[in-house]
Design a protein around this ligand. Structure first.
Ligand SMILES: [Zn+2]
Length: 178
């Protein structure tokens, strides 16, 4: 991963003081373009971080909110979904701290000056996406041009996923015709 990109989404540990700190990151479509095979086409997200630092660790609560643009599982057209998720990670300065209940614990070198959160931000958005992403679920209609090619809707999500690339190519053919 590109270092300058990682730096944008890093905490400057020299600036994180003992006690409570706040940071905010903004994620747009460019953020996701750094990842291959990402389900997120575009987004407008804010990540509000509540950071509590002690001598032994940094406890980070992530609140990521805004919207994401993903492909509909049925018609492959873009759809905009609201997203609001909260996660927590403890960055421990000691390798001995392994367990904190349900909270993930990651080791960070006490002498480190930067802590990149790129992977965490990416993972937390992806985890928050619904398993089934269909226009109908957000009260919208699928692209009627694409739906003309879909003869029957079995309602079987697994089958829909398997033939999804064909819909994508039909969509491209359609675009060329216009
Ligand atoms: Zn659709």
């Amino acid at each position: 991963m590109d270092k300058s990109f990682e730096k944008i989404f890093s905490l400057n540990l020299n600036r994180i003081k003992t006690g409570l700190n706040h940071e905010q990151f903004e994620l747009n479509g460019d953020f996701f373009s750094h990842f291959e095979n990402t389900p997120v086409q575009d987004c407008g997200l804010k990540a509000d971080l509540e950071i509590h630092r002690t001598d032994s660790h940094i406890d980070v609560k992530f609140h990521i909110h805004g919207y994401v643009v993903v492909s509909c599982d049925r018609c492959a057209d873009d759809m905009k979904l609201p997203l609001d998720t909260q996660e927590r990670v403890i960055y421990s300065f000691s390798e001995k701290m392994k367990d904190a209940g349900d909270t993930e614990v990651l080791y960070v070198d006490e002498k480190a000056t930067e802590l990149t959160l790129v992977q965490e931000l990416y993972d937390f958005v992806c985890i928050a996406l619904p398993f089934r992403k269909v226009h109908e679920d957000i009260g919208e209609n699928c692209d009627p041009e694409i739906m003309k090619y879909i003869i029957s809707d079995s309602g079987d999500d697994d089958n829909e996923k398997e033939i999804d690339p064909r819909w994508e190519s039909l969509k491209n053919i359609n675009k060329k015709d216009q």
